[in-house]
Write a new protein. Structure first.
Length: 464
């Protein structure tokens, strides 16, 4: 973050300085929201939620070194030498500060949303652009009304492009984020079943994702859509922006052909664009990686990069932690750690990777997928049926909803299928299932915390 004065902060958030602090030209170079991790000289923003109120930790943050804070209410006393800026809402003040600060940087902003693959696409776009440009990107999946403003407040004068991820589970959330960023380039990766519990249908999910366009200039903006997604393919004629499509179907501007796997290391393909073509080696598993790669290619060409630069940039990609990370263990065992999150589309993509990885016994350890509402039983059952189609040898389903995966897998004649309610119950079953040369996929929604099972699998010694 570039230094900004307290005077500028007060004006940006329409705040009021409390107490007797007068050093308005003092500067701040960091912003934080977690009082347990105070940054000396930084601005503390005490957020308020349904079950927490950061105002209770203002003194802790200030005594830990913070220079000052936002507050929604006046206080009985004020620590000397610290500034307190009164605002109506600390979350709104965070948004307003980020929106004001962002305007200090005349650089392009790329925004990415979609049901599946947002973080992977963001990381791939940033990796490819990083071959030529200094890029700021969303860390992890800091993609909500708190994480996105905090990302923008990390901008500094060295950055040439900013790539952000936008998540949502209700109408209005993407519009809120788009108003802060005002994207120059927008990407929608696909439309799936994530958050269908709240939104009711894929058509409603599409409508919510399209809020990303609400603060874009039709004369200057660029849009990239997945042309293999039926809902997105039909969207193009309705948009007033320059729009391109990516995918594997004929006639798309950015297309992947001649797809092959290089063992357990990468996916290879031939990329064709409106101006060039090149061979790409993607250092990750699964054909679903074609879409982040093609999207990154389209973004990079938009900013003038060559095919050679893009191909080198693709090789810079590294998957985020717990997103299809490959762990090699003794006795030829391979663990596919894809535990960060799950929905029906990403679950099937992960099963496809499992089917194509290794030549030994293939075990899918799958858990509940959340936020699917009344659609949950059928969507879980669809995964179970797909296991048989993919030729998976063994299923261990864990969780109440995952029982639907188990029952469908049994009906589809998966050779070995097991179900239990909890991770603790799963552990002794895993002891019996793991064998030399097995490949084991572990995946569930974030709330299942399946990384615990990955750690347990690491401790198992396979018996011949």
């Amino acid at each position: 973050m570039e230094p900004i004065t307290i005077r500028e902060i007060v004006a940006a958030v329409d705040g009021k300085l409390l107490g007797d602090f007068t050093a308005l030209d003092q500067t701040v170079t960091h912003v934080f929201t977690d009082s347990r991790k105070p940054d000396p000289g930084a601005l503390f923003i005490p957020l308020v939620g349904e079950r927490f109120d950061g105002h209770a930790f203002i003194n802790e943050a200030l005594e830990g070194g913070a220079a000052g804070c936002f507050t929604q209410r006046e206080r009985e006393s004020y620590l000397p030498g610290k500034f307190y800026i009164k605002v109506n809402s600390t979350q709104k003040a965070l948004r307003d500060l980020a929106r004001w600060y962002k305007k200090k940087f005349p650089i392009p902003f790329v925004a990415i949303t979609g049901s599946v693959g947002k973080t992977t696409t963001k990381d791939m776009v940033a990796a490819v652009l990083g071959e030529r440009f200094k890029v700021l990107k969303t860390e992890g999946n800091f993609n909500n009304e708190v994480g996105l403003p905090l990302t923008l407040l990390r901008l500094n004068g060295t950055h040439e492009i900013c790539v952000v991820e936008m998540g949502m589970n209700h109408f209005g959330e993407i519009e809120y984020l788009s108003a802060i960023v005002e994207p120059d380039v927008a990407v929608i990766t696909n439309i799936g079943d994530s958050h269908i519990e709240n939104l009711g249908s894929r058509e409603n999910i599409l409508e919510a994702k399209c809020e990303i366009f609400s603060h874009m200039d039709p004369e200057k903006s660029f849009v990239i859509l997945n042309g293999d997604d039926p809902l997105l393919a039909g969207l193009r004629p309705t948009l007033p922006f320059e729009t391109v499509m990516v995918g594997t179907a004929e006639g798309l501007e950015y297309r992947a052909t001649d797809v092959s796997a290089d063992g357990e290391k990468s996916v290879c393909c031939h990329v064709t664009t409106p101006t060039t073509d090149f061979a790409a080696q993607i250092p990750a598993l699964g054909n679903h990686m074609l879409y982040p790669t093609l999207t990154a290619t389209a973004v990079a060409e938009h900013f003038g990069m060559t095919g050679e630069e893009i191909a080198r940039g693709i090789l810079r990609f590294a998957p985020t932690k717990m997103r299809m990370n490959i762990l090699k263990r003794g006795a030829g065992i391979t663990i596919l750690n894809d535990t960060y999150n799950a929905n029906p589309q990403s679950m099937r993509a992960a099963v496809e990777v499992l089917a194509k990885t290794g030549s030994g016994y293939k075990i899918a350890v799958l858990g509940d997928m959340f936020e699917l509402g009344p659609f949950a039983p059928n969507l879980h059952a669809g995964v179970g049926a797909y296991l048989a189609k993919a030729g998976i040898d063994c299923l261990l389903a864990v969780g109440e909803l995952a029982e639907h995966i188990y029952k469908a897998a049994q009906e589809a004649h998966v050779a070995d299928a097991f179900w239990c309610r909890t991770k603790e119950e799963a552990k002794p079953i895993l002891e019996q299932l793991v064998r030399p040369n097995a490949t084991i996929l572990v995946k569930a929604s974030r709330g299942m915390a399946f990384e615990e099972l990955v750690e347990y699998l690491k401790s198992i010694t396979a018996e011949p």
